[in-house]
Design a protein around this ligand. Structure first.
Ligand code: 5GP
Ligand code: MN
Length: 344
């Protein structure tokens, strides 16, 4: 079952043990359930082991994760830049989780770039950058949460994984796999889920807290988008959804309110590729999902300055929404053959 190099795990353990016991954990900007589950789970384990651990997130994260153990101690860099810089200054080990490039830190990039202590990267995205002293990057793991749990199991820290940490790790795996629906390429995901369940987590409660915790506004926005903002391209087995700034205003949009929208068209018979374009003040945030072999990270890398995994990727385009939608339609013929190979 061991899929991470033993030497890397030893090095990971040693870097933590060699630290002055002050450690900072950093997820990517606009952190999702996996990024938060990974940092909060590791935070709990290292805290249980007697370390002084802080989490600094580049930006805030959706309210439906605000129940998680330790969430109220997370320092948000975009709101508290001085406190964030102080936390980094006072530590000598920084662990980056669930991202592969410094650009995923947004405005916090320079702070991490100029960090004086040792740095570790724990991630499951392809093409990890070399901005840390140690890189543990394994794309065969469903989530960073599954990866860090597996790594911890081979260290002395295993005894500090309690029910709270297990709950955070399970949240990460559950959200990155869409409740065990995608991103699973190895039975280890289910083995880890079973182990976490044996540690006493309440998986129904976790699911309910994340997925049955939406606002009325979000629910209505979802219905509105499906009715008025979705385009289906049957010849390309593709569908796209967009959300304008005006739509966001009309439905009192809050961070995370569009989470999961991108997956919805994949439930349409014959659709294997879909996109969500969310208008922001200065750019368009793009999200892509696919079924099967069609690699959406290639679409995102080539046309949307982004990246991600084969079946889930994202990026940004500094253009208008109209231009973005036109660009998307224009590139579909280029990917037609590869999209069709995904149809079973
Ligand atoms: P989402 O569509 O949920 O924002 O992201 C899906 C996947 O693509 C995630 O694994 C995320 O890390 C990656 N991703 C999202 N946005 C970006 C981006 O702007 N740049 C890169 N490199 N990856 C992204
Ligand atoms: Mn992830």
């Amino acid at each position: 079952m061991e899929r991470v190099d033993v030497e890397l795990i030893k090095c990971f353990e040693q870097l933590i043990k060699n630290s002055s016991r002050s450690i900072v954990l950093v997820p990517h900007m606009n952190p999702d359930g996996d990024a938060m589950g990974s940092v909060l789970g590791l935070w709990r384990v290292l805290k249980n082991a007697g370390y002084l651990v802080k989490i600094v997130s580049p930006t805030k994260y959706p309210e439906f994760y605000h129940w998680m153990d330790g969430h109220d101690e997370v320092i948000i860099h975009s709101h508290h830049p001085k406190q964030s810089a102080k936390a980094l200054d006072e530590s000598d080990l920084l662990i980056c989780m669930d991202f592969n490039q410094l650009s995923r830190l947004g405005d916090m990039k320079s702070l991490v770039e100029g960090y004086k202590g040792k740095k570790i990267l724990i991630d499951h995205h392809p093409y990890p950058g070399s901005f840390t002293d140690l890189v543990i990057s394994e794309i065969s793991y469903s989530s960073t949460a599954e990866l860090i749990f597996s790594v911890l199991q081979s260290t002395d820290f295993v005894r500090y994984i309690d029910q709270n940490a297990a709950t955070s790790f399970f949240t990460g795996i559950m959200t990155d796999t869409g409740s065990f629906d995608f991103n699973i390429s190895n039975p280890n995901t289910f083995e880890v889920a079973a182990q976490l369940t044996r540690m006493g987590i309440d998986q129904l409660d976790i699911h309910s807290k994340v997925y049955d915790n939406y606002s009325v506004d979000r629910m209505r926005l979802m219905g509105f988008c499906l009715s008025n903002r979705m385009t289906v391209y049957p010849e390309y087995h593709t569908a796209s959804i967009y959300i304008t700034l005006e739509d966001q205003k009309a439905f009192n949009f809050k961070t995370g309110d569009n989470e999961g929208f991108v997956n919805m068209p994949l439930s349409i018979k014959g659709i294997v590729f879909c996109a969500l374009f969310t208008e922001k003040e200065k750019y368009i945030k793009a999200s892509f999902r696919s079924k099967g072999q069609f690699a959406v990270n290639e679409v995102s890398e080539k046309y949307f300055s982004g990246g991600g995994h084969r079946n889930a990727a994202g990026g940004e385009l500094y253009a208008s929404l109209t231009e973005t939608l036109a660009q998307f339609e224009k590139i579909l013929p280029e990917f037609e053959d590869r999209i069709k190979q995904s149809i079973k």
